[in-house]
Ligand binder design. Structure first.
Ligand code: C5P
Length: 415
């Protein structure tokens, strides 16, 4: 991965059992050609020895804020300016809380405050600590900061014997997160554009559709709308004028976003086509029902017959219809699959004439109705084959921002 060549990375290590995995992470970063300065908190030193990190990075490990010798070399402000990226892995609940509230009581947290570099945080903690109200609030604060990205945590068995979210993301996944950030954030930042979607209109579909059978029954699916709403918010924060066309969900309308509420696929189709002509980017996250009952029965169906057949007819494919327009906007589709993710996603990209597709596996703790997800992006690249990037498992809010970064980098900057 050439993105790491000549890049200066601060690797912050906090106190946690996952700190032993940071040695492998450091090795991977160095192998990719990055310059890495390791900064350990005091409690990190309780778990791992500085000597390992010094040997792997070829640099003295820094940990003290008030170290005369170290400051005489590269002072902390200089170090903060040196960094192209700050990666904290593992990031403890304590350090996350400090960063959320702007504390600067050790070298690592001071660097976070003093640097303009993107900050990538890989949380690692006991699942109960992760679920605690305070951690939820702190993560929410970090999720809303433009220069901060979160990678993980993963779910599974924990060192303490618990099972749940809070495991540090694996080194290879973290490396992928760093590469994504270096590629998108830094190149977008180099254009010093805080609002890369200023002046663009983005149309987003979100949520499920409901197809009525009779006045009390319907056909629908488990979509919560969370992904689409997060994308709408991210696009708005990047300066876009956003129209969100939403099926029935329990989410509140995001601030400063025009929301059009619809119920059925046909209504969604109509609402999209009312605004499509002025649209620069169309992102279809909605889980549109593929079929609807041929006709809605006027009165509630009675439980008389032993068998009941409801005939369904195909709904219009909103995404395909948008992509078929002569004045097609930049068009991004979603694909939720249970198997053969790449095959189905690439097929959809080509068949529906899309510019990019974001695919995810539907399963436990990801996809429908979850707060987290993992996305696999496919697009047509310049060599006329298929580009691929994985956005590792994290919150939908984070993924939304990362997806918009990718759209800006690969599709909008070129249009
Ligand atoms: O073909 P499939 O339904 O799997 O494609 C999923 C993508 O197409 C999603 O982006 C979804 O929002 C969009 N879609 C649509 N209209 C439909 C069905 C799917 O816009 N009727």
């Amino acid at each position: 991965m050439t993105v790491f060549k000549n890049k200066n990375i601060i690797l912050g290590i906090c106190g946690g059992i996952a700190a032993y995995k940071s040695a492998e992470l450091l090795r991977l970063l160095i192998k990719q050609g990055a310059q890495v300065q390791v900064v350990m908190t005091q409690s990190a030193a309780e778990f791992v020895g500085a000597l390992t990190f010094q040997a792997l990075s070829g640099k003295d490990v820094r940990s003290a804020l008030f170290d005369l010798d170290a400051e005489a070399g590269m002072g902390h402000i200089e170090l903060a300016r040196w960094a192209d990226l700050i990666l904290i892995a593992p990031a403890s609940a304590n350090t996350i809380a400090k960063i959320a509230h702007g504390l600067a009581d050790n070298l690592l947290t001071t660097l976070c405050l003093a640097s303009k570099a993107p900050l990538l945080i890989a949380p690692a903690m006991n699942q109960q600590m992760w679920h605690s109200e305070a951690s939820r609030e702190n993560i929410e604060i970090l999720s809303n900061r433009a220069n901060i990205s979160l990678c993980g945590p993963a779910e599974g068995e924990q060192a303490c014997g618990d099972t749940g979210p809070g495991r540090m993301q694996e080194p290879a996944e973290l490396l992928a997160c760093c590469a994504n950030l270096l590629e998108t954030k830094i190149s977008n930042n180099e254009q010093s554009d805080l609002y890369p979607l200023q002046g663009r209109r983005v149309l987003i579909t979100a949520g499920p559709t409901i197809e009525d059978i009779d006045p009390v029954r319907y056909v629908s699916n488990r979509s919560s709308g969370k992904m689409g709403y997060a994308i709408a918010q991210a696009a708005q924060q990047y300066g876009a004028e956003v129209i969100l066309i939403s099926g029935p969900v329990t989410l509140a309308a995001p601030e400063n976003i025009e929301r059009v509420l619809v119920r059925s696929a046909q209504q969604m189709h109509q609402a999209v086509f009312q605004s499509i002509a002025e649209t620069d980017i169309f992102i279809a996250t909605a889980a549109v029902a593929d079929y609807r009952p041929i006709k809605k029965i006027a009165d509630k169906i009675k439980k008389n017959a032993d068998k009941l057949t409801i005939e369904l007819i195909k709904n219009p494919d909103i995404l395909a219809d948008v992509a078929a327009r002569a004045d097609k906007p930049v068009t991004i589709g979603f694909a939720a699959e249970t198997n053969d993710l790449e095959k189905y996603a690439v097929d959809k990209l080509k068949r529906k004439n899309l510019d990019m597709i974001a695919a995810n596996k539907v399963g436990e703790s990801a996809g429908f109705d979850s707060d987290n997800n993992e996305l696999h992006l496919f697009w047509h690249n310049e060599e006329y084959d298929i580009g691929y990037k994985k956005l590792p498992h994290t919150s939908k809010k984070q993924l939304a921002r990362q997806l918009i970064d990718e759209i800006v980098l690969r599709l909008v900057a070129k249009s």
